[in-house]
Design a protein around this ligand. Structure first.
Ligand SMILES: Cc1cc2nc3c(=O)[nH]c(=O)nc-3n(C[C@H](O)[C@H](O)[C@H](O)COP(=O)(O)O)c2cc1C
Length: 192
């Protein structure tokens, strides 16, 4: 069997992003569990705000097509999103909106969501850890007919969540991440 490939996407561009840090720790955990991991930054996939006129005039931007193809080359996708005003940041929603418009040859529009497994996580400095963004993100991905695994991680007080080895200090957080990774791998393997 070929190696299980997982794509990790942090939903923040910010230098020192709490979510990019959690994405890095999750990528490490996934690799430890035997997955072949690609971790990207959305800074390499800049997209204008979705506009139907723009799409009608110029088609879907190449960065959305490239990101869709990158997703298609993986069995599972982990999105690690910040919470903005109790929901997902525009960056995350806009990226999903554009990718959901991509239709390569021999596929239906948005097929990349239907054919693979998604896991979601969030990190925030407050005590909810971005849980409301996860609810929003689960709804968005479900609307795209993605399989979103039940386990998720909302990392609370994320600016103080790590030890000096960059491991999650809190046992419940560490176990939550392990459980998410295990389930993402299991479900992705079933869908391979
Ligand atoms: C516009 C805006 C709205 C925010 N709203 C929330 C919120 O609703 N809940 C929350 O936990 N944090 C909120 N935050 C704080 C972010 O969680 C915090 O800035 C976090 O560090 C952003 O993620 P990042 O570090 O990965 O960039 C908000 C931040 C911004 C800029």
């Amino acid at each position: 069997m070929s190696a299980l490939k997982i794509l990790v996407i942090p939903g923040s561009l910010r230098t020192g992003s709490l979510n990019a840090r959690l994405a890095a720790v999750a990528a490490h955990e996934l690799a430890q569990a035997g997955a072949e991991v690609t971790r990207i930054s959305l800074v390499d996939f800049p997209l204008p705000i979705y506009d139907g006129d723009l799409q009608a005039k110029s088609g879907v931007p190449k960065h959305a097509v490239n990101l869709k193809r990158m997703m298609a080359a993986h069995h599972g996708v982990l999105i690690v999103t910040p919470e903005y005003n109790s929901s997902v940041p525009a960056l995350v929603k806009n990226t999903i909106d554009w990718v959901s418009r991509v239709q390569d040859a021999h596929e239906t529009r948005g097929q990349v969501f239907r054919d693979r497994v998604f896991a979601i996580a969030s990190a925030s400095g407050n005590r909810l850890g971005g849980a409301r963004a996860l609810a929003a993100l689960r709804l968005i991905l479900s609307a795209c007919h993605a399989t979103v695994i039940p386990n998720q991680l909302a990392l609370a007080f994320a600016d103080d969540a790590y030890d000096e080895m960059d491991r999650l200090k809190n046992a419940a957080d560490a176990e939550g991440l392990k459980a998410l990774v295990r389930q993402l791998i299991e479900v992705s393997q079933r869908m391979m």
